[in-house]
Design a protein. Structure first.
Lengths: 458, 443
């Protein structure tokens, strides 16, 4: 470990004081630093076990794809060897010390992450840096990976649960960048070349667009110095991303029927436009959703599973991004009871408006979300992921430290106005995966019908 | 039942760290035989309880296959003080949540809650252990839930689909023959009397171990355990499972047709001893050498070099009775199941003939250490690991002997177990593919 600490281009420094349990759940102390080249560091010490979790997050994802799947392929290719180490050697070295290195892309960001024993930090940091800055981008590794990737896309069509959300997002966000197919399709991925990957990497993987996030068993002062040196020569600026509009609720109810001729059950999603991650009502709305479909005793699970035995589980959730998101109910049931289950899901959803939420149900949901909150931020991997979200979505420790307060502030009256405001009630969007021959007549009444086959490329 | 490939934490090392943990585990038993393991951990204001019952699908017989798992569901459907739905409602309103899982060997009930709710959690557990009400109406609706759970597994998981077939062929005598979820016709038809008897026999305090980890004190756990569980009477211990699977003396093969499969899936399963056998650690290391990490034998050769498979894994579950050592692979497009099978066999053959390297063995030992840290990073990982060792190895302290056992392994031990168990006559091969098995050239 390098003992010399020099402040290399420390433009801003934020220190958050250590919270105590007595005052409710609060986030452990971390430092956020921006280096001269624009690279942001988030560092949080956690010494319970001798582990470190590291996430490098880049603000570029599927919404920035010129060909669907490009962000995902770019991330994956970063860890297929570096200019210093071919893939097989890099993997042998990682495996030998029990370290894990992963890379992936989501809708609005990409990340390279590592989990390692703290004694191996120097070694792994070097490999992560090489993966980011000087990946091998080898023709043969690229071609082989693409073959495996295309096979996985094909295999994905074997499972309704694996594909249904892609169909749902494509229908809900049609015309908006959030409709992006994160994984891409057979056709789009077939058209991606190594040159495309290199260009995406060059354009977006720049220090001003990136955060290096570390949580675990290390010394902040030493690591800050080390990271500052390691990334000091990294230069470049990412182009300004056009700010996206907020996605809106579609103008008509639609049903997408995805035919799977050998299906033994129907899998479906019902929903509409949701809310942005930064929405100040995010926490309050998630408490309401807990009542509707966010826990075992939720209305949806109680009706569709416990009371009627129609399914193994029914739920609802908001999925939030920078500018908006989706809301959906999801469940599955045997082919014969498809209509019964959809109708019961809709009836149950209607209770939000027809019956509303009473005080004791609200109290129970508040206790539940507060009680289940701390274990979400127990490990360094979870804490690193939280800091990555802070970087992407622009929130800070107040999200954690003010959580209980926001939960407590929700009243029965307020919940009714939030339901009106955020839960889509008109022009609902349906996707049903199942045996079209049997269920088509049942589902066509819910909206304008369109039918595709699950094995067709999306 | 998402128990695939989680086993690796179970034989970790890390002597200094483990030493500390061992000191921290405290145990006590009530007069009725119910045993408790307690691990204080004040890192978050929460705690958990993991209640392990010595009952799983190995305790079933034809006609009641899947009953252990069904029972897992029924335990949430009402007792004396807390009627139908009240268990979950009460727990969630107190900020807690729960789940449960059933395996071939065990049924485990997990509660996660703010630490100050321990009293309530124990009260809820005691109520359903002592006074479960098996309501006929709840039984009927739960049949539908479990049939849905079964079919959604088969619909979405190729592994689940072919696994059932392979087990059914590899075991013709022992109850490991059927899947944990059971046959659909049994789920539809077992009687109320079957359920009553099952509860009385297996849900007795002398058949359970509870692990509590988190922001609690041992004294408090002891006090509340006495308050809630001490009055529950012990029962005659359940009948031992005495069936021994006869030695397999020739390869068995099964084929499953599923039209929507895009490339063949292959499962290979070899009979191996139980977790207390002296070969357990060598076999567990062999599984890692074959398929854990991209530099492992099968990943490196079949996925990356030859591109015969898009994904694969080895699975060697802990087991009370002798069970199976699995290899599972999904063929790449254009690869036949025969090519994939030959590719796997060639790699197994190589280990049998040439053995493994010191470097490979050390790699597995190193990885187990880091995986152990990962497991110990959460109170849930701690509770589950301690309980699993207690149940499968007879004593949670086996966890702390594991490093020594692992360290003592030599490269020759791995080659020896490969030669002993990875044999054609001892294997069952299952293939899942899109082609119908019946065709014009045959029948």
């Amino acid at each position: 470990m390098n003992k010399i600490y020099k402040v290399i281009g420390c433009i801003s420094l934020v220190c958050i004081s250590l919270g105590s349990w007595a005052a409710g759940f609060s986030l452990p102390k971390y430092e956020k630093v921006t280096l001269q080249n624009g690279l942001t560091l988030y560092l949080m010490e956690q010494h319970e076990v001798q582990l470190i979790d590291l996430v490098v997050t880049v603000k570029a994802g599927a919404v920035d794809d010129s060909k669907a799947g490009l962000a995902k392929l770019t991330a994956a290719n970063l860890i297929l060897g570096t200019q210093q180490l071919p893939r097989a050697e890099l993997e042998a070295k990682l495996d030998f010390i029990g370290a894990q290195l992963d890379a992936d892309a989501e809708l609005e960001y990409s990340s390279v992450s590592a989990s390692l024993a703290s004694k191996d930090l120097d070694q792994v940091l070097q490999w992560v840096k090489d993966s980011l800055l000087t990946p091998a981008f080898d023709d043969q590794e690229f071609a082989k990976h693409k073959q495996r990737y295309l096979a996985n896309l094909q295999q994905k069509t074997e499972s309704p649960k694996a594909v249904i959300k892609d169909y749902f997002n494509a229908q809900l966000f049609k015309g908006h960048p959030y409709a992006a197919e994160i994984d891409g399709s057979n056709t789009s991925v077939a058209g991606i070349s190594l040159a495309d990957v290199k260009a995406f990497h060059k354009r977006w993987y720049t220090p001003d667009n990136t955060a290096v996030i570390v949580a675990g068993d290390f010394d902040t002062k030493q690591l800050k110095s080390k990271l500052s040196k390691l990334f000091a020569t990294w230069q470049g600026k990412a182009p300004a991303r056009a700010k996206l509009t907020t996605p809106v609720q579609p103008k008509q109810a639609q049903v997408l029927l995805v035919d799977k001729p050998d299906a033994v059950e129907s899998t479906f999603m019902i929903g509409g436009a949701g809310m942005a991650m930064s929405n100040p009502d995010y926490v309050a709305v998630s408490v309401i959703n807990t009542i509707l479909g966010g826990r075992f005793t939720s209305w949806l699970n109680d009706e569709l599973r416990v009371n009627s035995g129609l399914t193994y589980g029914a739920r609802s959730r908001f999925e939030s991004h920078q500018q908006g998101g989706s809301f959906y109910i999801s469940t599955f049931t045997k082919t014969d009871t498809t209509k019964q289950a959809i109708d019961l899901a809709l009836q149950t959803y209607q209770k939000l408006w027809k019956q509303g939420i009473d005080q004791s149900t609200l109290d129970s949901a508040k206790a539940y979300v507060k009680g289940q909150f701390p274990p979400n931020y127990e490990t360094s991997a979870q804490l690193a992921s939280l800091m990555s979200d802070m970087f992407i979505y622009g929130f800070d420790e107040d999200f954690i430290n003010g959580f209980s307060e926001r939960v407590n502030a929700l009243t029965v009256d307020k919940s009714q106005s939030l339901i009106e405001q955020y839960f889509p009630s008109q022009n609902l969007q349906f996707v049903v995966v199942g045996q079209a021959e049997i269920i088509k007549d049942w589902v066509k009444g819910y909206g304008q019908l369109q039918q595709v086959n699950i094995q067709d490329s999306e | 039942m998402k128990k695939i490939a989680i086993w690796s934490l179970l034989s970790a090392l890390a002597l200094p760290a483990l030493g500390n943990q061992e000191d921290k585990v405290q145990t006590f038993s009530l007069d009725n035989g119910m045993k408790f393991l307690v691990l204080e951990d004040h890192s978050i204001p929460n705690a958990n309880s993991y209640l392990f019952w010595r009952v799983g699908s190995r305790n079933e017989y034809p006609g009641i296959t899947g009953l252990s798992h069904f029972f897992e569901h029924m335990m949430f459907n009402g007792a004396k003080k807390y009627g139908p739905k009240e268990f979950d409602r009460t727990m969630e309103a107190a900020g807690g949540s729960n789940n449960a899982y059933t395996t071939e060997n065990l049924t485990v009930y997990t509660n996660w809650f703010p630490a100050e709710q321990l009293d309530l959690i124990f009260e809820l557990e005691a109520d359903r252990i002592e006074h479960l009400a098996i309501d006929p109406q709840m039984v009927e609706s739960e049949r539908g839930v479990v049939i849905s759970e079964r079919s959604t597994g088969l619909e979405n998981s190729n592994f689940r689909a072919i696994w059932e077939e392979v087990k059914g062929s590899a075991f013709r005598a022992h109850p490991y023959s059927w899947s944990v979820i059971g046959h659909e016709s049994d789920i539809e038809n077992w009687s109320l009397q079957d359920l009553v008897q099952y509860h009385k026999t297996y849900y007795a305090p002398n058949n359970a171990v509870m692990v509590v980890a988190g922001d609690v004190t041992v004294d408090e756990v002891k006090k509340l355990a006495n308050k809630h569980f001490a009055g529950i009477p012990a029962q005659t211990p359940p009948r031992e499972v005495h069936t021994v699977e006869p030695e397999q003396k020739g390869e068995r093969r099964v084929y499953l047709h599923k039209a929507s499969v895009s490339s063949p899936n292959l499962m290979m399963a070899f009979h191996v001893p139980n977790s207390r056998h002296e070969d357990y650690y060598a076999l567990s290391v062999l599984a890692d050498i074959l398929a854990t990490g991209n530099s492992s034998r099968l990943q490196d050769s079949l996925v990356f070099s030859q591109q015969l498979a898009t994904e694969l894994f080895a699975y060697f579950p802990e087991s009370i009775d002798p069970n199976l050592f699995y290899i599972y692979a999904v063929a790449s497009p254009g690869t036949t199941s025969a090519q994939l099978e030959q590719g796997i066999i060639a790699q197994l053959q190589k280990i049998k003939k040439e053995g493994i390297t010191e470097q490979e063995l050390q790699k597995v030992k190193n990885r187990r250490l880091v995986d152990f840290y990962r497991e110990m990073a959460t109170i849930n990982g701690k509770a589950n690991t301690l309980g699993t060792y207690e149940m499968y190895f007879g004593d949670y302290r086996a966890l702390f002997d594991a490093p020594t056992k692992l360290e003592a392994l030599k490269v020759a031990d791995i080659q020896r177990v490969a030669n002993q168990y990875l044999k054609k006559a001892n294997r069952t091969v299952g293939i899942l593919d899109a082609q119908e098995d019946s065709h014009e050239q045959d029948l």
